[in-house]
Write a protein that binds this ligand. Sequence first.
Ligand code: GLN
Ligand code: ZN
Length: 762
Amino acid sequence: MAKIKSSNLGYPRIGENREWKRALEAYWNRTISEEELTEKTDAIRLENLKKQKEQGIDLIPVGDFSLYDHVLDTSVTFGIVPERYNYSGGKVNIDTYFAIARGIDDAVASEMTKWFNTNYHYIVPELDGVKPKLVENRALDYYKEAKENLGIDGKPVILGPITYLKLSKGYEPNEFNQLVDTFLPLYVQILQELAEAGATWVQIDEPIFSTNVSEEIVEAAEKVYRVFAKEVPEIKIIFQTYFEKVFHFERISQLPVAGIGLDFVHGDSLELLRTYGFPQDKVLAAGIIDGRNVWRANIEEKLTLLETIQRFVHDDQLIIQPSSSLLHVPVTKTLEEKIDSVILEGLSFADEKLQEVVTLTKGLVTGRKSIQTEIYEVKEALGNLQATYRSNKEVREEITNLTLEDAKRNEIFSERIKLQEERFKLPLLPTTTIGSLPQTPEVRSTRTKWRKGEITDKDYTQFVFDQINRWIAIQEEIDIDVLVHGEFERNDMVEYFGEKFNGFSVTEYGWVQSYGSRCVKPPLIFGDVSWDKPITVKESVYAQSLTNRPVKGMLTGPVTILNWSFVHDTTPRYEIMKQIALALQKEIEALEENGIKIIQVDEPALREGLPLDHEKWEEYLEESAYAFRLATATVAADTQIHTHMCYSNFEDIFDCIDALDADVISIETSRSHGELVSTFEENTYTKEIGLGVYDIHSPRIPAVNEIKQNINRALQTITPKQFWVNPDCGLKTRKEDETIAALKVMVEAAKEVRKEQLTTQR
Ligand code: GLN
Ligand code: ZN
């Protein structure tokens, strides 16, 4: 009898209705006590476990739950608390835990950054001089909880030492091995305590090996896992990777562990098996169901994939599971009531994905016939989706006929900029903002009322127009040179377009955790994308009608729209990116025809979309630049194209930024000025550029001199003729009075530097 098992790597924390988010925020606002928070989150966690048990999952993860972030959980497990929080040892209390994540008055929060290539953010551990100690064993606590309350013999999930240390900061590269030695006995202790409590399987997440790590890092892993095998032989460790194939598979597959977890959705893991085979003494935990996307799996194709995998392993070596934690997908599709039924039939969120895992396991164990109904149902659902929405001949043809020329402006930058200078006659160091203006409670509540049908379309439009009107006057009063309409009509820069392009849809409850309690609801790209009527023209034209100064049209770029959506997987991603670009091209043309002279196309997600595998970078960057240019290439030479990027490890994408061929780019930099300026010392950039001169994430009003300093520092490497003065990013999260005060300071600083420049030039 085959012993194929089903497994899960992690379950969404947020609850079906984001109960988790509400509980956390209530606690932060002090409307519930710590006891109440614990009660509520315990209930969510146990409910999640119960569901997985009822679904019939054999290996249920425990310890994947978190009150904020699992990397932060790992830090506090080891008592790693930066000095500024006055921690004095022992189990880290909940307020200190949240303080590290969110900051308190007298101690800034720890840095937060993206978890690999996802839109989940983790809290970066600060190891500076700290002495790690095992101050709690979360894995053990959660293991016992599941066993005692639900009779579940769970599979504890632990963030592995190599990945944890590689994601940390506060040490020199040559201290890495020493740090590994320091943490090693603590990890051993965690495992020993788990073994004593009766745990068998333990999943140790080491996704860092899905990136191009060096041989030295592999050596470190060999040492660590050798020690685990020796010290805790009774624990069956699954060395879990995800998001890409494993690098150094030849060596990794020989680690002395019980199993290796591979992602068969996002990396070519099958190719690894074909090349290197799979050791016969280990379990292969095969990530078959996509943990990063929301579309139903084609059960038949997956079964075929599994049958291929079976050529490399015996049945008792095989575990079937999602490709990654289900943290990255919404909880369940059963709550969706408004969405088109063909689309709904094609969806699969966390709960449905677990069902797919179970179905596949059954199919393998008892034969294809036993899941014939499921196979048939999926086929029909996916077929309907394909036939109804993924067969737009016109768009598909347009894409196939594209050439390099189609993505090229007629004139080169140096010619365009002359015409633009004549047209706009902007002063030296022109001032502008990034697009959004404060979304006050009034703006948000009015939108909610309109969505609920409590106010009419007409009243809502009038409300938005009133905001635009008021803010055009404010911007003129502050004396900003290039204005924005303020994006008052938008909830989110991607969802807004997602609701309006063909081929997109939005869900009601499709939330996923982005960071802490913050969840996002990515739009779905379910079909071929196309444009049929103007989206932003009305607001932009109205804003422009109110002033003689140029008002920027404001769009989200093709790369960002793609990266921040759940994209269906039957058309290659880059093709969908081009479809989005063509749709945007039509919107841009509509803006231009209606008198908009400057158009900004934001690409904040360009950097984060870089594939984990460096070998795939070039293609990604080329395709991204092509799509951006395709969207923006058809405008007249004297129409000025802007783009904006949030802080983005700039060196990696410098050439791509240049290849976008935007006339003006603004980049978030105020927290990393030195670094950026040095990038410009090493590379020549000839187009116009605004390096954010103040940080919009903080309510603090900058001083004139600070901003002048930032401008002057940039002017050491960028010529004054090239430089624009703007804040770091959009202003939608700031209060109105803060925004006005800060912008006044910014304009004053720009004017002073302008004057100084003009006198020295003379
Ligand atoms: N135009 C957008 C805004 O100002 C850009 C946001 C972003 O970069 N994430 O809000
Ligand atoms: Zn930004």
